[in-house]
Write a protein of this length. Structure first.
Length: 455
């Protein structure tokens, strides 16, 4: 059977398909703050700016519709990951960054409740597993490392304890922390956009921004002049003039099953609705949805030459096949459950794999992104931080170590295409080697990939 593919994502299909587009920019406009990008980053920034200063004139500019990008396609992990690792910020800075992200998980949940956004949120924690001896060795090392830091709250589990949470075939051990919630990404994006509009902020859709400059955002429909212009374009940043090498648009793909029968769920468990990941090099991510499906994701074709991005979320047939095989390897009891939909999206990857937020007071230009797939929570922290930076507020957020962090630019083509494909070819080879042997050592293929990636 042919699996429905694309249509932005199953999350949007679950809501009846892509929403009717809002009106585009009517022409030249002047505001106090122009936000380029109608995903989580842009919407959270608009929300906090307007709630902190209600008389501020704010506008959001979006080339398709709010939630079209990663915000409406992701795995639904509202988790506390410090993208790029907290170690780069030192002991104090890393601890502060971790605490801020923990608090951001609860902030998203609180705002959703306050604003009446039903996004199927369940705070069940994040659960990661090992299925090979090498993965288990990495899991144990990660657990020991996490215990050395404050605000991590990790719990390490043996195979039996881990299986009592989610019964995955071949499970050897697990690690869990409580600072994560499962969400329905498109419901959150739709609710945020409606909330922002309710505050009096126009969300101009069908409005492509081609160039961002001090004091203005240049679109095909007019020029928006503003004291502050915020770039919140994440995986689509490479399309902007002068930003082609800023962040690399990395592809990630997902599939979702039809609802699983009750007897299958009895054998699998997963009653706490934890998000599920693993310690493979080409890792997977999954959730149990509100209507009892498994949404399951991972890397397909990691990068398209020239930083090209998709238009409708379609992924490659071989990616659908590989994700389906992996899902059924994890959950043999679900082998007969059909796949309902497949899709893909892009995430922004800085050269050093570390997210950033910043604002230049001299030019009024601001930015946030480079979340490397961990943006569901980080976007909220970025939005609150950008609001404080724009308004000149002296808060703890504006002194967090990711503020004004700069990464070097990506290499020119064909170097970055060759590098990214070499990295993921090596990671896949490492996973195959580790799965076929009994050694608890990380494959040399993965060590070589890490060296190329600069991780």
């Amino acid at each position: 059977m042919t699996v429905p593919n694309g249509d932005v994502s199953w999350w949007w299909r679950d809501l009846g398909g892509a929403p009717a587009p809002r009106s585009p920019l009517p022409g030249d406009t002047e505001v106090d703050v122009a936000i380029v990008g109608g995903g989580y980053t842009g919407l959270w920034t608009a929300y906090y700016l307007k709630t902190l200063q209600p008389d501020l004139r704010v506008a959001v500019l979006e080339q398709r519709f709010a939630g079209f990008g990663a915000s409406g396609r992701n795995g639904g992990w509202l988790t506390n990951s410090v993208t790029g690792g907290r170690e780069r910020y030192g002991r104090d800075g890393g601890a502060r960054q971790q605490k801020a992200l923990n608090e951001s998980v609860d902030e998203v949940i609180a705002v959703a409740a306050r604003e009446g956004i039903d996004a199927d949120i369940v705070k069940g924690g994040e659960f990661e597993i090992a299925r090979t001896p090498a993965q288990l060795a990495r899991l144990k090392a990660a657990a020991a490392h996490e215990r050395e830091w404050p605000h991590t709250d990790v719990e390490e589990m043996d195979a039996a304890a881990a299986a009592s949470i989610v019964s995955v075939d071949g499970l050897l051990g697990g690690i869990r922390h409580p600072h994560c919630a499962r969400v329905h990404p498109a419901k959150l994006a739709r609710g945020l956009a409606a909330t922002v509009e309710g505050l009096g902020i126009p969300v101009y859709e069908q409005t492509r921004v081609d160039r961002i400059e001090p004091g203005r955002a240049v679109t095909e429909r007019g020029v928006v002049r503003a004291d502050h212009v915020i770039r919140a374009t994440e995986g689509f940043t490479a399309d902007l003039h002068g930003e082609h090498r800023t962040w690399l648009p990395m592809n990630s793909s997902m599939i979702v099953t039809e609802p699983l029968p009750a007897d299958v769920w009895t054998s699998i468990g997963w009653e706490g609705r934890e998000t599920l990941g693993d310690f493979a090099h080409v890792y997977m991510y999954a959730q149990r949805t509100a209507d009892d499906r498994i949404a399951f994701g991972g890397r397909g074709v990691p990068y398209r030459y020239g930083s090209r991005v998709d238009t409708d979320g379609a992924t490659q047939p071989r990616t659908i096949a590989s994700l389906t095989a992996l899902l059924r390897d994890f959950f043999p009891a679900a082998a007969d459950v059909p796949i309902a939909h497949a899709w893909a999206g892009v995430l922004g990857v800085p050269r050093d794999w570390a997210a950033t937020v910043g604002h230049d007071r001299a030019t009024g230009l601001g930015w946030a992104g480079g979340y490397v797939g961990t943006g569901v929570t980080a976007t909220n922290l970025a939005g609150r931080t950008l609001a404080d930076l724009v308004l000149g507020r002296d808060t703890d957020l504006v002194t967090l170590p990711w503020v004004d962090h700069r990464a070097k630019r990506w290499e020119l083509e064909p170097l970055r295409w060759l590098a990214v494909n070499a990295i993921y070819t090596a990671y896949r080879a490492a996973d195959r080697a580790e799965a076929s042997g009994s050694s608890d050592r990380t494959s040399i293929f993965a060590k070589g990939a890490d060296l190329i990636a600069g991780r």
